[in-house]
Design a protein around this ligand. Structure first.
Ligand code: ATP
Ligand code: PRP
Ligand code: MG
Length: 210
């Protein structure tokens, strides 16, 4: 039997993945809060629990055959060293530019942009010919404009509650984001039938959920 290792992003994607996995006939058979490798109820599928930003690396290197990860992480990671066969439609949000309400762009210096996504931000501003200074943060981007660290932020927005609560407004949407199934390129060749089955099962499960 061809065993498959599926990398799951810990956090909100994991929470939203579990019901979808159930539709595919996969449930963790172990303590997913503590264990990093967890067998599943399907003998041919084992699960690994990974921090979202590390999922593309595990899948690219073949440490996992497949993974579930946000499009934001894939865009920031860059490259095309893995296949992205399916949008599984969970963890929906958008990547946006935001600023303090009533904000006016400075004229005498470059815009300062705080973000956890420096590559996405760099590409976005470069595409419009704006030279900006990018400040890399690891979380709570919404604070940066409030304390003068940045003029704008590039971050994920879903309900808009976090922006509103902090007196920020969305200036512009960069793109829509959802989670994707990604596949290691060699695995796709070597374990093609098993992986194609799983991709089809995820597609069916997604169709049945809506
Ligand atoms: P870490 O905790 O390792 O820094 P993280 O903050 O990216 O990771 P999560 O907040 O669980 O982890 O987000 C995982 C993914 O879920 C993101 O990459 C994005 O695709 C999506 N996401 C993030 N925030 C939201 C949100 N507010 N609503 C819906 N989806 C979101
Ligand atoms: C994410 C994102 C925003 C917020 C947007 O943060 O970075 O701050 O969700 O969601 P909303 O529009 O529904 O308010 P998260 O809750 O993941 O916190 P984090 O900074 O720990 O990643
Ligand atoms: Mg988060």
């Amino acid at each position: 039997m061809t065993g498959l290792t599926l990398a799951l992003s810990k956090g909100r994607i994991l929470d939203e993945s579990l019901p979808l996995l159930e539709h595919v006939g996969i449930a963790p058979a172990g303590d997913i809060d503590r264990l990093l490798r967890v067998p599943s109820t399907r003998a041919d599928v084992s699960l690994v629990m990974i921090r979202p930003a590390d999922v593309p690396t595990y899948v690219e290197h073949g440490a996992a055959d497949l993974g579930i990860v946000g499009k934001d992480v894939l865009m920031e990671h860059g490259g095309s060293d893995l296949y992205e066969p399916l949008d599984i439609g969970i963890a929906q949000c958008r990547m946006s530019v935001a600023a303090v309400k009533g904000y006016v762009a400075p004229r005498n210096r470059r815009l300062r942009i705080a973000t956890k996504y420096p590559e996405i931000a760099r590409r976005f501003y470069a595409a419009r010919g704006e030279q900006v200074e990018i400040i890399k943060l690891y979380g709570s981007m919404e604070l940066a404009p409030l304390v003068g660290l940045a003029d704008q932020i590039v971050d994920l927005v879903a309900t808009g509650n976090t922006l509103r609560a902090n007196g920020l407004v969305e200036v512009e949407k960069i793109c829509d984001i959802s989670s994707r199934l990604v596949v290691n390129k060699a695995s796709m060749k070597m374990k093609h039938a098993a992986i194609q089955h799983l991709i089809d099962a995820f597609r069916d499960a997604d169709a049945k959920r809506v």
